[in-house]
Write a protein that binds this ligand. Structure first.
Ligand code: ADP
Length: 798
């Protein structure tokens, strides 16, 4: 600087750039900075906004409408999810399954849908995640899907396929879902019915196996022992009686089994008809006890009946079914008790205000384990087969009893301790008891004496007239006999028409009408009589035992019904019930002598019919004797009469004669033999060998010494046969047996083997005292002897 021209000072100017030189300057320039800031802020805001936008946008709109509606018509459900497993497409079917509009599902995570996973699959990945992991399609995975607005769960079969973009990268998953609810239900139902069918099949096989066992066991005894008896080995009388007892017992067991099965099937088919009527409970229980008294005594156990509290004079129930149930419980108690006692304690109880009769059957027997108690009421089940097999039984009794108890308005309860005993409590409805007289045990005991205390006691009927109409001579005779002995006068006719005529012409107090008769059957005869104003009691007799048959008889006008074979005691008491006799029937006993005489009469009649060759009459007499034998417990006649009836029906003279010989005893043999000879009981021609080919000895008869043996044998044979004939006619069985035995051995020795078998058979017939068989055997032997051709070098036999 100059002042004027002079230098005054110096001013120094320095310059500095505003920004860094080069790029740095540009970058750090505020404008650039401003622009960069604004740009990055906008970018961030945009990205967030776009993401949100995209989430809310319907990407399925990208699907053309036609395709969309096609997808909606599919029955299968369809879902597309993106990489984040958010739903980007759902069709109508799927929406309807979850109960929502498909549009509402978009953008939601697929896992938010109400899936129902099976328990064992809970831990596993969902099929779509799994498909992604495995990088390939996955098919047939089962999943449940619940409707949001209902309890209903649909069973779906899920297929998942990963979707790849054009670049080959994974974009999402396509999921198709098939509704298999119906299919699965059907499958399960099928499975259930398959199991049920298998169970039923197993039950059927079990049933058959048990039935076959139950039937075979007594059958074996029957066949085995009858065979032993038929062979006629030398058993003692008491052995024979034992065998017959076993056979009888086995037969009874079979019958019980069949009755049980029929009962059970009737109950199960709902055909159980109850006949409710007033019943005095004390005598009924007393009767059951009296029936079992002998069996209990045999086992040395006490059997008693006690009543707790007052006893109703009558209750309304079905006496037959009630008795059957109590009999079963008491029978079991005695069966499963070896020591101690069986007690019946009865009382009046109530169930929901209804009066009931309760009977405890208390035993000190083997008891039942807690596990088995449930099962014993099932058909065929036994608590412990190993133990109970020892006691026998079918395992049906309790099943039937329980059903009967339920039908009678009650039930059966059990308490039991293994090894100590059991208590079975039966309850049944009694009907209202307000107006029923209550009595003490002493009164009940004195008024209601057991009807069967003495099994052979029967009522003596006051004089009266009975008309018996039956086409079977045997039945007529039997009815005549029983009613006659009970004190009635009996007129017997053979068919319905005769019955109608007799009833018109004569006075009767009761008519016993067989329902199946020739000329006019019992139904028509009864109807005719009723139409004519006949008011007599008419008791129907029929072999049909169904309830419906009884009803049919009642419809025709019968007042009573008896099933054949007729229980004679029931017959007499029914007649006593139905007829208004002037004075009351007094009990009386058929004494043994009377019974014996009746039997002797029938036996004699049989012998006569045999002599007269009246086989039809013989058959009917046999059946009549069979019935009498059953009624009066004459077991020695029960078996023989049945066989005789069958043989007589076949008109088999030999068999009839043999059976008659056993039935009539040795004193009848001469008469029988005479009639047999008169009847010419020789071998029927058909039994004789047709071609009488000569028989030669197998010994070398050309050798003189052998020839001599043969000739000697043949000579002796002729003499033997004559001796045998004589022995047979004189009833010398021992002698006869000796000859037959000789023949059996020596025939073969002499080279005549044809004799061995007939001689053995003859011997068997002789052992069983079978006259017919022996006669036939001898005739056959004679025929064989007649065919013997002697060796040429032999001297002819005289
Ligand atoms: P069953 O006696 O013919 O075998 P049930 O149906 O009458 O048939 O009885 C079934 C099973 O219940 C018997 O086999 C037995 O195991 C058991 N049971 C029944 N009553 C008694 C009882 N009083 N004591 C012990 N066990 C019993």
């Amino acid at each position: 600087l100059r002042t004027g021209h002079a230098k005054w000072g110096v001013v120094e100017l320095r310059f500095q750039p505003l920004a860094a030189p080069g790029w740095l300057g540009i970058i750090t320039s505020p404008i650039v900075l401003l622009v960069s800031f604004t740009a990055s802020a906008s970018f961030i805001a945009f990205t967030i906004y776009l993401g949100k936008m995209l989430q809310h946008l319907d990407p399925s709109r990208a699907v053309p409408r036609r395709v969309r509606s096609a997808l909606d018509t599919l029955a299968e459900g369809l879902l597309v999810v993106d990489k984040d497993e958010r739903i980007v497409l759902a069709n109508q079917a799927l929406g309807s399954w979850v109960g929502q509009d498909p549009a509402q599902l978009l953008g939601r995570k697929i896992s938010e849908l109400p899936w129902v996973r099976q328990e064992d699959a809970a831990a596993a990945d969902d099929p779509w995640s799994q498909a992604v992991k495995e990088g390939g399609p996955l098919a047939g995975i089962e999943l449940g899907l619940q409707r949001s607005d209902a309890d209903e769960v649909r069973l779906l079969m899920v297929n998942a396929t990963p979707v790849l973009g054009q670049d080959g990268n994974y974009r999402g998953v396509l999921i198709s879902l098939d509704d298999v609810t119906q299919l699965e239900t059907t499958k399960r139902e099928l499975q259930v019915s398959k199991v049920a069918a298998e169970n039923a099949n197993r039950a059927k096989s079990d049933f058959l196996a048990r039935m076959s066992h139950e039937i075979r066991t007594p059958m074996n005894a029957i066949l085995g022992y009858t065979d032993v008896l038929r062979q006629g080995f030398d058993e003692s009388i008491s052995d024979r009686q034992d065998y017959l007892d076993t056979i009888h017992f086995s037969g009874e067991h079979l019958l019980a089994l069949i009755n049980d099965i029929l009962d059970l099937s009737k109950i199960e088919a709902g055909h159980l008809d109850l006949e409710l009527q007033p019943v005095a409970p004390y005598p009924l229980l007393d009767h059951v006890v009296s029936v079992f008294r002998a069996r209990a005594a045999e086992k040395g156990i006490q059997l008693e009946l006690a009543w707790d509290g007052p006893i109703p004079a009558t209750i309304v129930t079905d006496p037959v079914r009630l008795r059957q149930t109590i009999m079963n419980l008491v029978g079991n108690a005695i069966k499963f008790t070896e020591h101690g006692s069986v007690r019946l304690v009865a009382r009046v109880a109530t169930d929901n205000g209804r009066p009931q009769l309760a009977v405890d059957v208390v035993d000190t027997g083997i008891g039942i384990s807690q596990d088995a108690i449930e099962a014993i009421f099932n058909p065929f089940s036994q608590a412990d087969t190993s133990i109970t097999r020892r006691f026998g039984g079918t395992g049906l009794g309790l099943a039937i009893s329980l059903q009967l108890a339920e039908a009678l308005g009650g039930k059966i309860d059990v308490t039991s301790t293994l090894g100590e005993g059991s208590t079975f409590t039966l309850t049944v409805d009694t009907g209202p008891l307000n107006e029923v007289e209550m009595c003490s045990a002493a009164d009940a005991q004195s008024t209601g004496a057991s009807p069967d205390a003495s099994p052979r006691t029967t009522l003596r009927l006051p004089p009266g007239r009975a008309l018996v109409a039956d086409d079977g001579e045997a039945n007529r005779k039997l009815l005549q006999l029983v009613l006659g002995r009970a004190g009635m006068t009996v007129v017997a006719v053979e068919d319905g028409r005769q019955a109608v005529e007799a009833a018109r012409e004569q006075e009767f107090d009761v008519i016993l009408m067989d329902m199946q008769m020739p000329v006019m059957d019992g139904y028509t005869a009864t109807r005719t009589l009723r139409a004519e104003g006949c008011r007599l009691p008419i008791i129907a007799l029929t072999a049909h035992v169904m309830q419906s048959d009884a009803a049919k008889c009642r419809e025709a006008g019968c007042t009573g019904f008896l099933a054949k074979p007729i229980d004679m005691e029931a017959l007499v008491s029914l007649v006593a019930d139905q007829v208004n006799f002037a004075d009351d029937g007094q009990p009386c006993t058929f004494d043994e002598d009377e019974v014996k005489q009746v039997v002797a009469e029938v036996l004699e009649a049989m012998q006569t019919s045999f002599q007269q060759r009246d086989f039809a009459r013989l058959a009917s007499l046999a059946s009549s004797l069979h019935e009498a034998a059953t009624v009066f417990g004459l077991h020695e006649y029960t078996l023989g009469t049945t066989r005789l009836e069958l043989a007589a029906r076949r008109a088999d003279r030999h068999e009839c004669r043999a059976i008659l010989a056993t039935l009539l005893g040795p004193q009848a043999e001469p008469t029988l033999r005479t009639s047999a000879l008169e009847m010419n009981l020789e071998l029927p021609p058909s039994d004789l060998p047709h071609v009488a080919a000569p028989i030669r000895s197998t010994l070398p008869a050309d050798d003189p010494e052998f020839c001599e043996i043969v000739v000697e044998f043949v000579e002796k044979l002729h003499a033997k046969l004559d001796e045998m004939q004589a022995a047979l006619e004189d009833g010398q069985w021992l002698e006869l047996a000796g000859h037959a035995h000789w023949l059996k051995g020596s025939g073969g020795t002499a080279g005549f083997h044809d004799f061995t078998v007939p001689a053995r058979e003859l011997e068997l017939s002789i052992r069983s005292r079978d006259i017919a068989g022996a006669t036939r055997g001898l005739t056959l032997l004679r025929a064989i002897v007649g065919r013997i051709a002697l060796p040429e070098n032999a001297h002819p036999v005289a």
